[in-house]
Design a binder for this molecule. Structure first.
Ligand SMILES: [Zn+2]
Length: 255
């Protein structure tokens, strides 16, 4: 079994053929899906998906990319949703920091407020972190989280990887590892501890090599797994088993 630890199946781009997308994934042995939310408007959609299938697990959070949509009431809405639904979801996320975007101060505030909620509700965190590994690690450390989480779409150095692992996080590996030009990342992937990473697609984003310009979908986690297996001189079976176990451990999914 493979798990797509990060896919946005709630996005409108999947509205027409979501069942077929899921069926194609299951056909490739990708049989569980973690769907993080991005805005308060998406909370209900994510919760509905969770209820619709035992294969789908959800997270609630506010993504930095949609900063302008969260407004004044976003954090209050998140807190209320967690109050009501913390037992139905497996993590807080997607939240984090993206250095490519504007409003750095507001992004950090939004992130830190969500880290406090993760602590309050004892949830692991799904972190979006772009060009800010050192700063994010510092804030995760200060937040004294109880359950760690996943650094989604990890892109960083060996040292940065080790620091996240020390903080109780694992690294989400996706389409980027399939590109030969991602030499540094591929080197890091080859030397990670066996229980230090999980697989993801970030569907519909982050296309794999050979699929540029197309909508990404969870079935392609199998392709990510094959890349990771070859980089680590391992097998698809071994990577499937260890990464599934790691997702289950971090997010406490039922077996
Ligand atoms: Zn995402």
């Amino acid at each position: 079994m493979l798990i797509d630890s990060h896919c946005h199946l709630d996005f409108p781009v999947f509205a027409q053929d979501r069942d077929a997308v899921i069926a194609r994934a299951v056909n490739e042995s990708v049989s569980r899906f973690v769907v993080p939310s991005t805005t308060m408007a998406s909370f209900a959609d994510v919760l509905e998906l969770v209820q619709s299938s035992p294969r789908i697990f959800g997270a609630l959070g506010l993504h930095p990319y949609f900063l302008s949509e969260h407004g004044e009431s976003g954090l209050a809405a998140l807190h209320q949703a967690l109050d009501q639904h913390a037992g139905e979801i497996v993590a807080l996320g997607e939240c984090g920091f993206d250095a490519r975007l504007a409003d750095h101060d507001a992004q950090w505030q939004l992130f830190e407020a969500q880290l406090s909620m993760a602590r309050e509700f004892s949830l692991p965190v799904i972190v979006h972190c772009v060009r800010a590994n050192d700063e994010v690690a510092k804030r995760l450390k200060n937040a004294r989280l109880t359950r760690g989480g996943i650094i989604h779409a990890f892109a960083g150095s060996q040292v940065q990887a080790e620091r996240f692992l020390e903080l109780g996080f694992v690294l989400g590996l996706g389409g980027s590892v399939t590109y030969p030009r991602a030499r540094k990342l591929r080197g890091v992937v080859a030397s990670l501890p066996e229980d230090g990473f999980v697989l993801e697609t970030d569907s519909p984003d982050m296309p794999l090599q050979g699929f540029q310009g197309q909508r990404n979908e969870p079935a392609r986690v199998a392709e990510v797994a094959r890349s990771v297996a070859s980089l680590r001189e391992s097998t698809l079976e071994a990577i499937s088993e260890t990464t599934s176990r790691t997702v289950q451990r971090i997010l406490q999914l039922s077996a």
